[in-house]
Ligand binder design. Sequence first.
Ligand SMILES: [Zn+2]
Length: 208
Amino acid sequence: MSDTSRSNGSHEFRLEGSPTRVLDARNVDRGRAVAAARELLEALGADLDRGSLADTPERMVDSYIEQLTPQPFHATTFSNDGDYDELVVARSITFHSLCEHHLLPFVGIAHVAYLPGEQIVGLSKLARVVEYYARALQVQERLTTQIADWLERELHPRGVGVVLEAEHMCMTLRGVQKPGTKTVTSALRGLVRDDPRTRAEFLTLTRG
Ligand SMILES: [Zn+2]
């Protein structure tokens, strides 16, 4: 965030410089992906001449492109004029992402909180951030860290708390096959990590 953009209270969320491995739509070669999907499906024994499968390679590729292309958003920040100094928490934000090891979905909820400093942000943006980083080949640990990093970078808050709970289809449909198993990851920063009262408050809210 530049000084100029901070002084007028708002700025664009910049795609550049984000330390992500997001598959940018500009890098997608759809024709090549469709040909590869066709090749993959045929190698797996699918008969693509069967009417209902004819367009499956295209549908498969478009589904991946949709799941891997984040929607840029405008993260307007406001100065914290009311000096609000309690936790701001967005609870139970639903999300889905794609595990980068198996290309299978993991699905769950995110709890995102920050303890404001001089800047606050619209509540819907907390959900947008989750959505933005979820649209990528991911592991849950990195997704958790990226959300926390974004809040720190954009808001300079006094504390950040992010907890993700998700079910990974690569655990429930294959491999150990344990449906219902939830993987929980967290990133606690600043006073949410270091102040016992704030930490306890955040963790209680995430269990609600
Ligand atoms: Zn996996």
